[in-house]
Design a protein around this ligand. Structure first.
Ligand code: GLN
Length: 486
């Protein structure tokens, strides 16, 4: 069977009918990791027990035991999802060699559904970055052109799907870290509504913005995976108390009469012509599918980047205080406690993480707190209000996911502001708290993938997945580059 191009549903049917064994399936992916990951550099860690776990499931299946729906299907996880018994580094030297004693909620749900974890995927250190170049161990490359970056911070999660090194993955999105790399690697990725997926066991970057989400090759796979991980969780005080949903039921393909908002602020300077063209065509496609297009405005968009970089860094400076060399991770040799803290953090954190900690500490310090942090919170409310108003008029918003396609490695590393601008179309949504996804909509003149972004109101994951599903059926774009198909 054509494993690479199969959906999770096809794979599970093949496993159930014993046309395929879980061992064969897991071996297929391990072989591909062997063959291609030297170049792609997506995996920080490969699970050495994956084959054994697959054999166990196969033997249970042979005995006719009742198995969970996705028993024996491989998945790979961004390396900031806490996995008991498997290293979790956040691509940071400060957590090098750290193996957590427990497993986070979302990962637990995935395991309970029968998935086998292939390994942990590279990312920008502590999810800070847009190119995966801030990773301490593996600087993941874009499967469509390995001179180029995969985006970030979930660059490993996007590249692993695009290179066929895992059928689906989990990533996390604080300001665009699922949607931007999905767009740059030509896969589909979703940030669910804030509170939809438990953050228990997601290493914290900016707690009021962070959210775990699925990445894959189709809306159908995303719907399957999302349905497993959305549950209320008492261990996360911000977890939403809403019913579990089967998102696969939302995929009817019927989008007739839906109102799609086109925000004028997202189509101005800075948007690459090829990206604009592809997104414009996607918009036309939706019109053909029967959607009604509505011009809208999100007037505070210009302030989103500054607001995000105050709030996110403030929260990060506090969250990252826990890495002190005492409880986990790297501990530097020193004569006294103060030096030990100092040296452990100096040696353990990379430059971008240090920059964020300093920025965050500054905006929270006495004298600057009101001028920056409080001001940013007020502007956040205005940005939220823009979305609240927009969703009174439209069912979803359509816009680019990233201003450009994938750029060359090294191109933006010396200019943090240029790098930060990669998330100009994604981070407002995190400030609002709604859901959003990037779905492939074409290629630029160099053959690099382009994504179109669909933004939804709180808990409207089903509607935007269905919009993506309807679109995919019309476009049917390749998800894996030709040279990696062998
Ligand atoms: N690129 C953004 C940042 O560096 C977003 C990161 C993310 O969503 N985790 O902060």
């Amino acid at each position: 069977m054509d494993i690479l191009n199969s959906t999770l549903n096809t794979i599970t049917s093949a496993l159930e009918s014993k046309e395929l064994s879980s061992k064969e399936l897991v071996q297929f992916y391990l072989d591909r990791i062997d063959k291609y990951d030297g170049e792609i550099q997506a995996y920080n860690h490969v699970n050495e027990n994956a084959i054994k776990q697959a054999e166990l499931i196969d033997s249970k299946r042979t005995k006719g035991e009742k198995l969970p729906k996705f028993a024996g299907v491989p998945i790979a996880l961004k390396d900031l999802l806490i996995t008991g018994g498997m290293p979790t580094t956040c691509s940071s030297k400060i957590l090098e060699g750290f193996t957590p004693p427990f497993t986070g909620t979302a990962v637990k749900h995935v395991e309970d559904a029968g998935f086998i974890t292939l390994g942990k995927l590279s990312m920008d250190e502590f999810a800070m970055g847009s190119s995966n170049e801030n990773a301490a161990f593996k600087k993941t490359r874009n499967p469509w052109d390995t001179e180029k970056v995969p985006g970030g911070s979930s660059g490993g999660s996007a590249a692993a799907v695009a290179a066929g090194l895992a059928p689906v993955t989990l990533g996390s999105d604080t300001g665009g870290s699922i949607r931007q790399p999905a767009s740059l690697c030509g896969v589909i990725g979703m940030k669910p509504t804030y509170g939809r997926v438990s953050r228990f066991g997601l290493v914290a970057f900016a707690s009021s913005l962070d959210q775990i989400g699925p990445m894959g090759k189709s809306a159908s796979d995303l719907a399957s995976l999302l349905s497993i991980i959305v549950r209320h969780d008492v261990q996360d005080s911000t977890s939403a108390k809403v019913e579990q949903v089967d998102y696969t039921k939302a995929l009817t393909g019927d989008v007739k009469g839906l109102k799609l908002g086109v925000p004028k602020e997202y189509f101005q300077t800075g948007l690459a012509p090829d990206v604009k063209k592809a997104v414009d065509e996607a918009i036309k496609q939706y019109e053909k599918l029967g959607c009604e297009l509505v011009d809208i405005s999100l007037p505070h968009t210009d302030y989103a980047l500054a607001t995000y970089y105050i709030i996110a860094t403030a929260e990060a400076s506090s969250n990252l205080g826990r890495y002190d060399g005492v409880r986990y991770g790297r501990r530097a040799e020193a004569d006294n406690l103060r030096d030990m803290y100092y040296k452990s953090r100096t040696e353990g954190f990379g430059d971008e993480v240090k920059r964020r900690i300093m920025l965050g500490t500054y905006v929270l310090s006495a004298g600057y707190y009101d001028a920056y942090y409080i001001k940013a919170q007020k502007v956040r409310t205005l940005i939220k209000q823009d979305f609240v108003e927009a969703f009174k008029k439209v069912d979803a918003i359509i816009c680019p996911a990233s201003p450009t396609t994938a750029f060359k490695a090294g191109e933006k590393t010396s200019d943090p502001i240029q790098m930060y601008l990669s998330d100009i179309y994604t981070l407002s949504l995190n400030l609002f708290g709604g859901c959003g996804l990037s779905v492939p909509c074409g290629f630029d003149s160099d053959g690099m993938p382009i994504g179109v972004q669909l933004l939804g109101n709180y808990f409207e994951e089903g509607s935007i997945l269905n919009l993506a599903y309807a679109f995919e059926r019309e476009t049917n774009l390749p998800k894996i580059p030709q040279n990696l198909k062998g």
